[in-house]
Design a binder for this molecule. Sequence first.
Ligand SMILES: CC(C)[C@H](C(=O)O)[C@@H](O)C(=O)O
Ligand code: SF4
Length: 429
Amino acid sequence: MGMTIAEKILAAHSGQAAVVSGQLIECATDWVLCHEITTPAALRMLEERGMDRVFDPEKIVAVPDHSVPAMNIKAAKMYQKLKSWVQEKGIRHFYDVGRGGIAHVVLENTGLIRPGQTLVSGDSHTCNAGALGCFATGVGSTDLAGAIYAGKVWFKVPETMLIRVTGQMQPGVTPKDLVLEVIKRIGADGANYLVMEWVGDTIDRMDMEGRFTLTNMAIEAGGKTGIVAVDDTTRAYMAERGVTPDQYTEYTSDPDAQYKVVIDLDASAVEPTVAYPHIPSNGRVAGSDRIAVTHAYVGSCTNGRIGDLRDVARILRGRRVADGVQMIVVPATQAIWKQAAQEGLLEVFVEAGASVSYPSCGACLGMHSGVLGPDDVCISSSNRNFVGRMGDPTAQIYLASPATVAASAVAGYISDPRAYNADGTEAAD
Ligand SMILES: CC(C)[C@H](C(=O)O)[C@@H](O)C(=O)O
Ligand code: SF4
């Protein structure tokens, strides 16, 4: 019987010729990604059991990102715990504050994680890395502890959902709109414990940044992970990071692979989509209602990349954020921050009246740097709009593409970014 990419990777990492969905396997982890929120709990578990060791310090990547630079003493202690462990165990791949950013985006850029590999982390958006054709998934602290200790985790082999996207996206429509549309169709539990495998000519033409946005959001549909097969775009991306095809394994799904469900999507029919409160599946067309916003947030592991910042700058250049709107832009990593500075994008944001913050998870989960107050209304390029996600439980969060966030910040209410041309001029009606 044919196998999917995910099944092939899991078979290779559990020492078997083939696996079938539903099978329980012990899977070797090529990489374990650690941040300061969930890793300390895993470390304590190991310490309490006298199992305080790491399977391989070279295979662990540590990036403090959620609550850095620390905003209170508790956060400072979490950071200290991660850092002292890293120092004690000789973990070299440590991206400290000032050298890192959001862990998922730091990792995707390092060239460390490669196609065909496995990655686990105690963070639900670990699925992000699946765009590189690897199997990457979030695990709980106990499994994280096991992975740190032994380099292995237990999985039930997931079934796969095939998402076939064809056609040209309209100008102003982005991969974020595509994934919000898919989640709207299938529901926030529509891909429960499934691998979401993206194929089709729209995906073939998409750059790596867009693919990361797609796989990043798999968890918002309940997915175990997202995955995109390796192609020339992936190979070029790896080559830019000094990694050649002989250094990784490319897997493709067999023509007779078994899919639990197949979704067909015409990309040309997708419109700029906004997920209304309080669930990412609550998508509607941007601008279909006049919703005034108090906050506009650009950042997160979903949409804080350089292409996202360029999309925002295109709309903000020569314009002002509307009075009464607080706009915050958070480049996802230090490298993206620097690139944005070099391209003059940060200046565009500041000139427009937006605040540019340091690379971190920032306001995405309401821990710091932009926490929402009662009844605030935020349009955000992040991935979750649950009650209380960014602060007060009465605040309203609308999820959208960076372009939609920018267009809304300028207007003061949620707006369709197709009001602007690709060169930033206003589109004729
Ligand atoms: C804090 C962390 C465990 C959490 C996650 O797992 O996703 C966070 O990153 C989030 O986005 O909610
Ligand atoms: S940016 Fe947001 S979604 Fe991503 S890891 Fe950080 S808190 Fe989680």
